[in-house]
Ligand binder design. Sequence first.
Ligand SMILES: [Zn+2]
Ligand SMILES: [Zn+2]
Length: 275
Amino acid sequence: MVSYYTDEGVLNSPMGFFSMWIGSMLGLPTWAIALSFAVECFILFAAGLFFADLVSGIVHLTLDYEVGTNDDLRCHAEYTIKDVLRFEAEDDLFKKAKPRDQFLWNFHAHHDAPYPASDSNFELVMQIVRPVSLPVIGFCLIAAFGLLPMWFMTIVLTGMTIGPFMQFTHFLSHARGRNLVSSPVIRFMQDHRIILHPADHKSHHVHFDRDFCIMNGWANFIINPLRRFLSCVGVYPKEAPTVITRRDREERKGDLQRMEMNTAPASEPPKEDGL
Ligand SMILES: [Zn+2]
Ligand SMILES: [Zn+2]
């Protein structure tokens, strides 16, 4: 039987898998080590999926609660993807805004025009890769000095390999809500909560202050109380920024209507009937 156990223990076993280390230490037969190795791979993959979902929730929460500096742009809404693209290509309100405000408006536009995505598949992947690449490089550097266990890095790297595709699972849930998903494999994965089910994402588009996780929703039980805590201590507002923006938008509309009424030419005085 192959023995992976050495004086350095698990760190010296291939990829640091516990099953090989413990199995060979206990003198288990090869088939039992192979079986426990498969179970361990499954657990690590599931943990990687969970990690990716957790990251999706953190990124989504952070971006939803960042309002930017351009109130006129923030209060502008488009309700179809065609109009979103036209506004971004032609309107000075968007074109002359700061890049960060443009990025935030584009991200928040999903709440008013949820489906399909206004960005290319490449951009959807890059929206996740950009914010998480530095932390992942940091993890890898720390791990290179032997400061992080191999099992933890396996979970992080599995999660970060799957993570960039979280916008696909997100938009697949919107597509399913519109009866546009016919693939039995995808429907199976959604029904078994391996990827995001539309029922688990719907509440986000009603309240905008909860259920931020878009890979499969497994980590919402961590992100939802975290958001409530941050609102409680004053880091985030009590109401979701989207709710505040919609109210501001309605108030601006009301102000505009009142201004138009006040500046409209006075109606003609009733004519004397000549009596
Ligand atoms: Zn959102
Ligand atoms: Zn959505």
